[in-house]
Design a protein around this ligand. Structure first.
Ligand code: PMP
Length: 383
C-alpha cells in the first residue's frame, strides 16, 4: 500500500518511536515532583524545550507544549482575545483557515467580538494590502495560516506581518504553521509573528502533541487552568515523552527542510504535468504553493468512491482534509476560492512524503486515470 496522505498525518521517525517508549518505560517521574525521578523528567522536559526553541531560533521560555495544534490554535486565539480585551474586541482572520482556527473565531464572534473575515483569490492566497486595510486601532489580533491544509496555498506572511504592524504596532500576529513546518523555511522574526502553532504528528512526531510559540512579553488567558505548568499557560502534568519526541522530530524535520522541499518539488512537477493531461480535471493547487500538497477536482464524480477505488489499487489518498473528510458538504476552502458547488464537492488531495519516488508518483497517476475512468462509466450507466 502506498500512503499519499501526509497532510493528514505522517509516519513517525523511528527515533521518535524509540524515544517515546524509552522515556515512558524509564523516566516516568512527574516533572513537578521533588525527588530524583521528578528531576530526571524535568531535565528531559527542559532539554525538549531547548531543542524546540533551537529549531525555531527562539528562546526556550517562548515554547509551550500542548496536545496539538487544535489546542494551540484555540489557546492562541481565545487566549489573546480574552487577555487583551481592554485593548479592543476586533479580530482579523481569513476565510480558508483550518476548522480549529475558524471555529475559535466563530465562538469569539458569538461571545461579542467582531471578526473581519478576509477573502482569498482563486489561488487561495489573501491580498496582504487588503488584509492590512482592515486593521484598526481596536484590532487585537490577526491570524493567518502559513500553508493551507487542503490546497497547499502559501500565504504572504512577511508582507502581512510588516503591513499590519505598520498600521497598528500593538496588534498580535498569529500563524497556524502546521502544514508549513519542515516543508518551507520558517522565519518567525521576519514575519513579525507573536504566536505560532505546530502539531508534532505533521512532521513525523507523535500525535496528540504540539508546540505553541508565544513571543516573550505576550501573555495569554489560559483555557486550561490548574497547576502552574507551562508557565501558567496550560495546567496539567506534562506529557514528557511526547514533548521529548516532538523535540526530536522538530530537530530532524527542520534540518531536512531544504532537501524535503527540493525532492517534493520534483515529484509535484511530475504530478502537475500528468494531472494537466487528465480529462475533466480541475487543479486547485498552484506551483507557488507548498510542494507536498496537490489538490484537484473531478466535477461530476464522487470523490469518496474514487478514494475507495484507489485503495483497491493500493493507494491511500484523501478527499479534502482529514478533519472534514467524513462530511459530504462541499469544501469551504474551495467555495471561498470561487469554485462552484460541483467542483467543491469533488476534490481529491494527494500529499507527498519522504519515502515517495518518481515511480510511485507515476504509478499513482496511472491508477488515478484508471479509477476515474471506471467511476465515470459507472456514473454514466446509472444516469
Ligand atoms: N491546522 C492545520 C493547518 C492543520 O492541517 C491541522 C491538522 N489537520 C490542525 C491545525 C490541527 O492539528 P491537530 O488535529 O493535530 O490538532
Amino acid at each position: 500500500m502506498l500512503y499519499f496522505d501526509h497532510a493528514a498525518t505522517t509516519p513517525p521517525y523511528p527515533e521518535v518511536i524509540q524515544s517515546m517508549s524509552e522515556i515512558m518505560a524509564q523516566h516516568y517521574g512527574n516533572p513537578s515532583a521533588l525527588h530524583s525521578a521528578g528531576e530526571e523528567a524535568a531535565k528531559l522536559l527542559k532539554r525538549a524545550r531547548e531543542v524546540c526553541a533551537g529549531a525555531l531560533s527562539v528562546s526556550p521560555k517562548e515554547i509551550v507544549f500542548t496536545s496539538g495544534a487544535t489546542e494551540g490554535n484555540n489557546l492562541a486565539i481565545k487566549g489573546t482575545a480574552m487577555q487583551y480585551r481592554s485593548r479592543g474586541k476586533h479580530l482579523v482572520t481569513t476565510v480558508t483557515e483550518h476548522p480549529s482556527v475558524y471555529e475559535s473565531f466563530r465562538q469569539m464572534e458569538a461571545l461579542g467580538w467582531e471578526v473581519t473575515w478576509i477573502p482569498v483569490g482563486p489561488d487561495g492566497v489573501v491580498n496582504a494590502e487588503q488584509l492590512a486595510e482592515q486593521v484598526r486601532s481596536d484590532t487585537v489580533m490577526v491570524s493567518v495560516m502559513h500553508v493551507n491544509n487542503e490546497t497547499g496555498a502559501v500565504q504572504p506572511l512577511e508582507k502581512i506581518g510588516s503591513l499590519i504592524k505598520e498600521k497598528n504596532h500593538r496588534v498580535l500576529f498569529h500563524v497556524d504553521g502546521v502544514q508549513g513546518f519542515g516543508k518551507l523555511p520558517v522565519e518567525l522574526d521576519n514575519w513579525k509573528t507573536d504566536l505560532y502553532t505546530l502539531s508534532s504528528h505533521k512532521f513525523k512526531g507523535p500525535k496528540g502533541a504540539g508546540i505553541l510559540y508565544i513571543r516573550q512579553g505576550v501573555t495569554l488567558f489560559p483555557l486550561i487552568t490548574g497547576g502552574s505548568q507551562e508557565n501558567g499557560h496550560r495546567g496539567g502534568t506534562e506529557n514528557v515523552a511526547a514533548a521529548a519526541a516532538s523535540a526530536k522530530a522538530m530537530r530532524l524535520a527542520s534540518a531536512a527542510q531544504a532537501d524535503f522541499y527540493h525532492k517534493m518539488n520534483g515529484l509535484r512537477n511530475i504530478l502537475f504535468e500528468k494531472i494537466a493531461k487528465m480529462p475533466e480535471v480541475m487543479l486547485n493547487s498552484t506551483d507557488s504553493g507548498a510542494p507536498h500538497i496537490v489538490h484537484f477536482s473531478y466535477p461530476g464524480l464522487k470523490p469518496e468512491v474514487l478514494v475507495h477505488l484507489m485503495e483497491q489499487q493500493g493507494f491511500l489518498i484523501s478527499t479534502k482534509s482529514a478533519c472534514s473528510s467524513k462530511s459530504s458538504e462541499p469544501s469551504r476552502v474551495l467555495l471561498k476560492m470561487g469554485r462552484d458547488k460541483d467542483a467543491a464537492s469533488s476534490g481529491i488531495r494527494i500529499s507527498l512524503g519522504w519515502e515517495h519516488t518518481e515511480n510511485d508518483v507515476i504509478q499513482l497517476c496511472r491508477a488515478l486515470e484508471q479509477s476515474a475512468d471506471k467511476l465515470r462509466s459507472i456514473t454514466a450507466r446509472r444516469r
